[in-house]
Design a protein around this ligand. Structure first.
Ligand code: FES
Length: 150
């Protein structure tokens, strides 16, 4: 039977193969979320569009008995909106980890902000936002012109 060792909590759980790490942790009263995210975390599932909250990040210290991380998972961990974070290969989303062998994890690892990627993201969103505002202004002018002609 696989075991999950939680380093910060000094706790081990014996679980059945194929167990979801997040569910096992929460069932045993182990907090995966920072205090604010315990209240405000939201996973949106809109058919093919999925917006996971990304707030249950763990660090896998040891263990090969888990599924591999996907590119989408890495993307969510690094941050999809304004701020980008540095992601190590050991960072995972607890809700995406399927346990099939012994694993040792740290809950709520400290994630560093990636200043360069964040700066690029802010610049990109600034350009896109500026373009959208300009298009909105053009549409407003066209609308006003049409109103004058009526
Ligand atoms: S529970 Fe939100 S990403 Fe895992």
């Amino acid at each position: 039977m696989p075991a999950i060792h939680f380093l910060n909590e000094h706790t081990s759980l014996d679980v059945l193969p194929g167990t979801n790490l997040r569910k096992a942790a929460l069932k045993s009263g182990i907090h995966l979320y920072a205090p604010l995210h315990r209240v405000f975390h939201l996973n949106l599932n809109l058919g093919p569009l999925k917006f996971p909250c990304g707030s249950d990040v763990i660090e896998v210290v040891d263990g090969k008995g888990i599924n591999a991380r996907t590119h989408t998972e890495e993307d969510v961990i690094s941050g999809r909106w304004l701020m980008k974070r540095k992601v190590s290969p050991n960072h995972r989303l607890a809700c995406q980890v399927v346990v099939n062998g012994d694993v040792t994890v740290k809950t709520r690892p400290k994630l560093e902000v990636d200043p360069r990627a964040t700066k690029n993201r802010v610049a990109f969103l600034g350009v896109v936002g500026g373009f959208l505002l300009m298009m909105l202004a053009v549409l407003a002018l066209i609308g006003l012109d049409l109103v004058k002609k009526l």
